[in-house]
Design a protein around this ligand. Structure first.
Ligand SMILES: [Zn+2]
Length: 466
């Protein structure tokens, strides 16, 4: 018997985690942290809706924390199977999970301050550095297009998802009694014609599809328009002597942004102002990008092989140390500061926002998806007052939203990807990793434009038998 249960990223975009049960074996597909309202995500992240010790193996689509962030906790709670992913995903997960352990510690300290005031007992971080290091020993890496056994009845083959370095669309081959099923899990699907990464790959025809739906109802700008909007935003802000503050994921978005700024600089389309990438994780991630040319498109690969560095240019500085980060607060000259986290839920970006959000000369440039109830979403929605570190701040800075920089396929790109599957063979599709309205819009498009049927938008905990 083959059964799928959707435990996370069901009708929302975070906490990806799906269970695949085949003939008594259990495979966990992704194991991500929930992000959103602090109290709610803190609760959701403290436990599992299944027994980690009963899982035989895990498959990881890519290193983003909303897909990998609970892996150390999985290990802590008794999981001892292999974690199968690409080599670049393992290397990125290494630094990202260590960074996450640090943030878990900070989160627990924050909650404990509140608990102390209320007379409640203290809480422990959900995992520590030791758990990360233990879990890292369980990773088993495999290249793209190399079929590998996950359990006796299930094989997986990774195809490039074009989303972040090492990201994979996972093709499962399931032997269930006298039939063989193909199940495609898109993980997070990237966009065609993006810098650095290759285009998402088609995996061939399948019987079942689990697809992300982050932008199931939206269409992104084309990349030429991205450069124009970046140029306009920078010039407009510099003309009023402001700073441009960019919350960005350290892995993927930051490198892509730097790549675009490099392009603007080369074309003499950018004022001569300093650019700071203020995140130790970004510095480490950029180094990992440079050792994985096998995951890159031909231009980026060529640049790396000829010892050019597409992630650096004059006036760009990577900041490791917190003192250097603090020095930026005292400066009043126009500059660009790129810092994490992308959804403004932690990290040094909070200090830069606190110091710059009330000055109307400044711009906050939003470059990615912001989940509901995050500070990033409140900024996108231009709430007049926002809370940072428990204090209220007026949002006077200009807010520019550049969703087109997204690492996620838009509605048309998702439909083009799905349209390549043989619709006679596709017996069912499951839309995950999207707010409900986006998933509904994608389902509508799949039904009307592609003639697909049996498309389900599962709720957390829903199970289906394949
Ligand atoms: Zn992702």
């Amino acid at each position: 018997m083959t059964e799928l249960t959707f435990h996370g990223a069901a009708r929302n975009v975070t906490g990806s985690s799906h269970l695949l049960r085949v003939n008594g074996s259990t495979i966990l597909i992704d194991c991500g942290l929930f992000q959103g309202r602090r109290a709610e995500s803190f609760e959701k992240n403290r436990s599992f809706p299944f027994d980690p010790a009963a899982i035989d193996a895990m498959v990881l689509s890519h290193a983003h924390i909303d897909h990998s962030g609970k892996i150390p906790m999985l290990y802590r709670h008794g999981f001892r199977g292999p974690i199968i992913c690409t080599a670049a995903t393992r290397d990125l997960a290494n630094i990202m999970l260590l960074d996450s352990a640090f943030l878990q510690q900070k989160d627990a300290e924050f909650v404990n301050k509140l608990h102390e005031k209320k007379g409640l007992p203290p809480v422990e971080p959900i995992y520590g550095m030791d758990d990360v290091v233990d879990a890292l020993g369980s990773f088993q890496t495999v290249g793209y297009h190399r079929k590998t056994a996950v359990t006796p009845d299930v094989d997986v083959t990774f195809h490039d998802a074009g989303h972040i370095l090492g990201s994979a669309v996972c093709l499962f081959e399931i032997r269930d009694e006298d039939r063989t099923l193909q199940l495609c899990y898109t993980g997070d699907l990237g966009r065609p014609d993006r810098p650095i990464l290759r285009d998402p790959e088609h995996v061939g025809d399948v019987d079942y599809l689990i697809s992300e739906s982050t932008y199931g109802g939206r269409v992104h700008l084309q990349s030429e328009a991205i450069l124009d909007r970046l140029e306009d935003t920078i010039k407009r802000t510099v003309s009023r002597s402001g700073k441009i503050i960019v919350p960005a994921f350290s892995v993927g978005r930051t490198q892509e942004l730097v790549y675009h700024l490099h392009e603007l600089r080369e074309a003499d389309r950018m004022p001569d102002i300093p650019v700071f990438v203020d995140s130790p994780l970004s510095v480490n991630a950029t180094q990992i990008f440079r050792i994985h040319p096998e995951c890159m498109d031909s231009e980026a690969r060529q640049a790396i092989l000829t010892h050019q560095n597409p992630f650096s240019f004059e006036r760009l500085r990577y900041i490791m140390h917190v003192n250097e980060s603090k020095e930026l607060n005292g400066r009043t000259d126009p500059m660009i500061i790129i810092s994490s986290s992308g959804m403004c839920e932690g990290g040094r970006i909070l200090h830069h926002l606190k110091n710059n959000i009330e000055d109307e000369r400044n711009t906050i440039l939003i470059t990615g998806y912001n989940a509901e109830h995050t500070l990033g979403r409140r900024i996108v929605e231009r709430n007049p007052v926002v809370r940072i570190f428990g204090e209220e701040y007026e949002l006077n800075a200009e807010v520019v939203v550049l969703n087109s920089l997204s690492a996620h396929a838009d509605r048309n790109e998702l439909l083009r990807y799905h349209g390549r599957f043989d619709r006679e063979r596709l017996a069912g599709s499951f839309l995950v990793h999207g707010d409900y309205d986006q998933a509904q819009k994608l389902r509508h498009g799949m039904e009307e434009e592609l003639g697909l049927r049996d498309i389900m938008i599962p709720s957390p905990g829903d199970s289906v038998t394949l």
